[in-house]
Design a protein around this ligand. Structure first.
Ligand code: ADP
Ligand code: ADP
Length: 235
């Protein structure tokens, strides 16, 4: 599993206060890495810095190497980079549009307009997110009518419609019930065949269930980074 993303001497400041320093973290292709640690330890700051979601509110220095390119440079095409490094948020946030259009929207923006292409990509995305069977007969219904678990899987389908390389997820199950959470975990385990996944979770059992690697954050530092089995057998 080659390394596809790594950070070098990454510092993140909100104003003058340093929220995070991480010298050297590496993410391997088609693996799930869990970012765990107490609230306020910098997990979300780290995740959001990886695809420059923090640009407007924070100062981020150091390198974020994505397949040989430092994507923390000012001349990087952030819009294109985010197509390769997609994000799913804590709260499901479907658009007030039909299920179909939630996914087709970004595809159309990127120039996919033929109905057949859109149909295929919408179906493939919903299948990969394990939502197709439940919604295939109601694609024109509003996405706002979906349950929390379905809405979150729709957000995953939306994020993967553009075929990213890396999927970042910020506590994607924290608003879900146990059944939806377990379905989401199964979906992530399948998605890792196609994508490299980095997931923030406050749930240690979840990290143990789904991830190959775990980074343990505390007070703005990664205290431990190792295979998940090591982290959980040598506390
Ligand atoms: P976690 O995801 O582990 O809960 P965060 O990354 O949200 O941690 O927070 C790390 C630190 O950065 C905390 O001290 C938090 O208060 C601070 N922080 C997070 N977001 C902001 C922000 N937008 N402005 C200022 N400080 C922030
Ligand atoms: P399956 O697992 O159903 O066989 P794959 O996901 O392996 O399908 O992909 C088959 C082909 O479709 C590959 O060439 C891949 O590049 C492409 N593909 C995968 N996901 C998408 C998507 N969301 N949108 C468009 N094309 C995709």
């Amino acid at each position: 599993h080659p390394v596809v993303l790594s950070t070098e001497d990454l510092h993140v400041y909100y104003g003058k206060s340093e929220a995070l320093y991480e010298g050297d973290l590496k993410f391997a292709q088609n693996q799930i890495t869990a970012l765990i640690g107490p609230s306020g330890s910098g997990k979300s700051t780290f995740l959001r810095s990886l695809n420059r979601m923090n640009d407007r509110i924070a100062t981020v220095t150091g390198k974020i190497m994505y397949r040989g390119v430092d994507v923390n440079q000012p001349d990087v095409d952030v819009y294109e980079m985010r197509r390769r490094i997609g994000m799913v948020f804590q709260r499901p946030n479907p658009f007030a549009k039909s299920i179909y259009d939630n996914i087709a929207f970004a595809l159309r923006l990127r120039g996919v307009t033929a109905k057949k292409d859109l149909d295929e990509k919408v179906e493939r995305s919903l299948r990969q997110a394990a939502l197709w069977d439940q919604v295939k007969d109601e694609l024109t219904k509003s996405a706002l009518a979906l349950s929390g678990g379905q809405a979150q899987r729709l957000c995953i389908a939306r994020a993967i419609a553009l075929r990213p390389d890396i999927l970042l997820l910020d506590e994607p199950a924290s608003a879900l019930d146990p059944v939806s959470t377990s379905q989401l975990e199964d979906t992530l385990l399948k998605l890792k065949e196609h994508y490299t996944i980095i997931i923030v979770t406050h749930n240690m059992q979840q990290a143990a269930r789904i991830s190959e690697y775990t980074a343990f954050f505390n007070q703005g530092r990664v205290l431990e980074y190792d295979t998940t089995s090591h982290i959980f057998t040598n506390p």
